[in-house]
Design a protein around this ligand. Sequence first.
Ligand SMILES: [Zn+2]
Length: 492
Amino acid sequence: MKKTVLTLIALCLLAACCITLASCKTDKMKTAVKNGDQYTIVASYDQSAHILSAVQTVRVTNRSENSFDSVKFHIYANQYRQEANSVVPNVYRAKAYPNGDSYGDISFDSVKVDGSPVPYTVEGVDCDILSVPIEGGLFPDSSATVEMTYQVQLANIRHRLGYNDNTVNLGNWYPVLCHIDNGNYTASPYYNIGDPFVTDVANYNVSLTLPDNYVVASTGELIEATKADGFVTYNYKAEAVRDFAAVLSSQFTKLSQTVGGTQVNYYYYADTEPEASLATACGMLEYLNKNVGTYPYSQYNVAETEFCYGGMEYPNLVMITSGSNSYKEAIAHETAHQWFYGIVGNNQIADAWMDEGLSEYLTYLYMDSTGATPLTRNILGCTQTYVGYVDVLSRYYENIDRSMRSIDSYKNDSEYVIFTYVKGSLMFNTVYETVGATKFWKSLKDYFDQAQFTVAKSSQLIGCFATACGEEAGNIFTRFIEGKEVIGTIKN
Ligand SMILES: [Zn+2]
């Protein structure tokens, strides 16, 4: 996700390839496709009622060493219920709900396992976990087919999932398997700061039937589109991706360009400099292809939309906020997420800096390489923001926790942004300045090679830098994460 750091600086100081093109698939991608669970979703959208009706089948295989009595899915659509904790922090509510409060949810007609109806339950602090019992248990290496029929009611909200005056955002809309870590489901709740998601790569066949006035930007590759009676059915295939998302709009214009083996499409309706936005998406894709590793998907879609933050990343698709004060920066940041969050996953709740801090810093490096903004200027801005924030806090509190921690441990959204994006960038920049560009990129390439299509641990990222650059590089990460770094005038 892209946060508007400059706005927050002021606020804080005041306040205190180729999915189906076999030729492009690397061996690691082929393995990820082979081991990925298979989602098949047939959905249709009623644009007057704002309801998605779907039948979803998931072929799930237990690849852990434990057996499970049930299979668990996140149902983030339930976070939009009136009774749930607000899906956005209170300070963002006016921006998210320009037409007033609005709510949504997901309701199930039936859930079956291997063809038989089962007594599923909806659990979790905000009714955001679907638990599907598996009779006799799901043993290691065994599989089950879960079929569910459901409706998703969209809220009128500028958020990941919802409709607004110009677009329909379909992010985190369907039941998605909970990630298994250390032999257990990580059925973590939704948090309204950061991107509170941990998902595994999987394979998708998605059929979306929509009124024919819509243009669609989505994850995956369009296999076919069939028109009938005022509707179009789009069939998509996506392999080895972490999510399947889409943005619909009747107002989209599309600009396209090819970068390597990837077609880059920019869907826009209000951007006054669409060519420059497309050029940024292509430029960043090229930059990361060269410096980190080749983008393995055939499609990359950038969609302008209504959103309460700067942007949001999904595989092969990013949402860029219309009216953004910097389309270029937002597009570069979200494009970096294609590599870090998308191809290389991480626990975005526990270690948000691994994708957010890194994507922000890669944006600074890219902007420096194009001559748009010198790296020194962005780093000076980050230093002033971080030092200023800590300085203000130290006037009110005796012991300030300067560690980089899980998103649910931050007091508010501003603190999360300062510690994840701003301090995260300072951390990567300290490593960059210490080891030099050559070793920095070598470390990132190694990390990308090792961790692609997995949910990486922070120790893997740090280990790659320590191995390629020496122990001091690893120590820099540790000091920053533990809050023992020295920046500007801040000392232990
Ligand atoms: Zn981000």
